[in-house]
Structure formats: C-alpha cells, structure tokens
Design a protein around this ligand. Structure first.
Ligand code: MG
Length: 379
C-alpha cells in the first residue's frame, strides 16, 4: 500500500498570453490551482485545475479546508475509490463547478502518481490509442480581432501545417459573422477544417438562424451555440442543420454528457478534464461518446488533453491555446500539424518548480496566493 502522507494546494495567477475575448466573456488570467501529493514510498504527484479569471480562491478553499485532509492515509492507487469518497463528501455543493474543479486537481495528481509508479506516460496508462493527434488553432481567431488579422492568423496556421482553425462568432449582426467566416474560408481553401464558436451566446431561434447562414462554408463544427444546460435546444438545432454541433466545455458532470448523448443533441463532445472533475470522469465521457459514435474534441488545456486524446480512439483533435509556458519547461511537441503525446512517465508536464515557488511566494503582488500545508490526519 502506498499511502498519501502529505498534501498541499496553492494558486498561481498566470497572465494570458494574448488578449482573448469571445461573445460573452474575456479570458483575463488563468487561475492555476495546483495540488501536490506525497506518498509513503517517496513519490510526488502534481495535479492541477484552472479558471479563466475568478472563482479560483473558492476552489483553493474547498481543497484546503475540506478535500485534502480526507486524503491523508489513503492508498493513492485507489483512484476511483478516492474520487467517490470526495464526491460523496461534497454532495451539498454538487453538481457544481467549484467542487468539480477541486476534484480535478486531486484526481490529476493521483493519475500523475499512478503513471510515475508504473513508469509509463499518461497516454499509455489511460488507454494508448495512438501517439499523435491533429491540432487545431484557436489562438488566432478571437472575437475582438479584425477580419484582416483573422485572415493573417489563419494563413499562418495553415502554412504551419495545421489541419484546423477555429474562429469566434457572436457579432451583433449575422452579416458580420458571415463576412468573417467567408474571409477565412476563402483564405485557407477547402482542405482545412474551419470551426466556429459562439460561447453560448444565442437563443434557440438565433442559433438556428445563424447555423442556416453559416451553411455554405463547410464548417467542421458549430460550438456552444447556446446555453449549455439547454439540451432540448441543442437537439432542435441538430435536427435543423447539417453542421455538427459541439458542446461540453461548460459541463461539470458525467451525467450532463449522458443527457446530451441520450438525446443525440451533440455530435461532438468537448469534455474539459478540469471542469468535469479530472481524468477519471473524462475517460468515462470519452468512452460513452465512443459507444454512441460521437467524437471527443477536448476544450483547452492542451498540455494535458494531448495525452488523453491520444489515449482514446475517438478524439480527432486537440485545441491549441498555450497557457502554461511561464511555469513549465516542457512544450507541446508539434509534428506535421499533429500534437505528439509526451512519452515520459507521469502526466507529461515538466513543472518549473522554482518559478512556481517564486510566483507563489510573492504575496501581495497579484500573482500569488498563500501556500498552506494540510495537517496530516491519521485515519
Ligand atoms: Mg469554446
């Protein structure tokens, strides 16, 4: 038995690499919540979670005050049992974003330990489907960018050998959205996949109206056309358009994905490993999607999702939005438009612990929060 003997959590605010605005929000900073677990056999597992600007302190408090004390003395290899124990202890606040994000930080640390102990990379331990996954670019398609910049960025991604490009939609007029889509499609030609993302901006009727207007541009998918909890609305949209409908980044439990799959309301699910509660539930969603003949194209977190997408057979794309460069020494390996899953043991993320430590110790600078050890509790 390899018991957890200490656990700690901390939060680091990372500035965004470039301004990122969509139809409903701005990605102002990445609140990065890290969890470190040390086991009795001397291994250190590091997991993480994130928000795009607020709520991180609530996630940190959930971890420090409630979840981490429960871990001490538990066998770190019993990942499913630990996930269930933590979930059962937080029923008063679930299903909810704060709890799921906190669970993810613990669960990813446990998977890091599992992979380190097995001396295998995550993509093998989680399934081992194939080592490379195609990459699509989101970083050049933000809503605030003028058309000429959208086109310039799209051409650069195409010339770099990438197979897909995503742009944001949700401008006030249909015509403006269509003009942006048409300009990019014209610039990249027919061989490159083009996706659009509304970030839940539309009503049912507006989503159906815009999908009809987007029809001539051979879109790979229409992402988050309306509120993520409107399953029936997505079902109606699906029945009205041939454009694949993608949802999932704003869903926080496996059950929500089950509703979409049961109704055939999504043709692509974009499960986010942090928001759904970790690798353990992420794999369940991916496998359920495979059973339903649905693709998985995970949201954000390319540094972790590259390994998960490589672990399953039904994940055709990883999303390119780099964000961890400040606190990692590893970089996503890209070959011929594909992301290559890291082959070293663990999650495949080389944390820069000295940089993390320096950021986390700069209290009052706006880039750090407290580091607090959890007192071991013998169980
Ligand atoms: Mg999105």
């Amino acid at each position: 038995m390899t018991s957890i003997e200490s656990a700690r959590a901390y939060l680091i605010d990372l500035p965004v690499k470039t301004p990122r605005h969509d139809a409903i929000q701005s990605f102002v900073k990445q609140e990065t919540i890290l969890v470190e677990l040390v086991t009795t056999d001397g291994l250190l597992g590091i997991g993480y979670s994130y928000t795009i600007g607020n709520g991180g302190s609530a996630v940190l408090a959930m971890l420090q005050e409630h979840l981490l004390p429960q871990l001490i003395g538990h066998d770190a290899t019993e990942i499913e049992a630990i996930w269930r124990m933590l979930w059962a202890s937080t029923l008063a606040t679930t299903v909810g974003a704060i709890t799921s994000l906190a669970l993810a930080a613990v669960d990813t640390a446990l998977w890091d330990l599992r992979c380190l102990r097995a001396d295998e990379p995550l993509w093998i331990q989680a399934g081992g489907a194939r080592p490379r996954v195609r990459l699509y670019d989101t970083e050049g398609g933000w809503l605030q960018l003028p058309v000429d910049e959208l086109v310039r960025n799209a051409k650069a991604s195409r010339d770099a050998g990438w197979r897909g490009i995503k742009i944001k939609v949700g401008k006030p007029s249909v015509a403006e959205d269509v003009a942006r889509i048409a300009a990019v499609r014209d610039a990249i030609g027919d061989e490159i996949d083009l996706m659009v993302d509304a970030n839940q901006a539309f009503s049912r009727s507006e989503a159906i109206r815009r999908a009809a207007a987007f029809g001539p541009y051979d879109l790979r998918w229409f992402e988050e056309p309306m509120r993520a909890d409107d399953v029936v609305g997505h079902q109606m949209l699906r029945e009205s358009t041939s454009i694949p409908v993608a949802v999932g980044e704003s869903m926080y439990s496996v059950g929500q994905f089950g509703d979409y799959l049961a109704r055939g309301a999504a043709t692509i699910v974009q499960v986010d490993v942090a928001r759904v509660g970790g690798i353990t539930p992420w794999l369940k969603v991916a496998h359920a999607a495979e059973v339903a003949n649905v693709e998985v194209c995970p949201h954000f977190l390319m540094e972790l999702h590259v390994s998960l997408a490589a672990a399953v057979p039904n994940a055709p794309y990883v999303e390119h939005i780099p964000q961890l460069d400040l606190i990692t020494s590893s970089r996503l390996r890209i070959e011929e438009g594909a992301a290559v899953a890291p082959n070293r043991p663990g999650l495949g993320i080389d944390w820069d612990l000295s940089m993390i430590s320096s950021l986390a110790s700069c209290a009052g600078s706006g880039v750090s929060r407290e580091i607090r050890e959890v007192d071991p509790v013998v169980q």
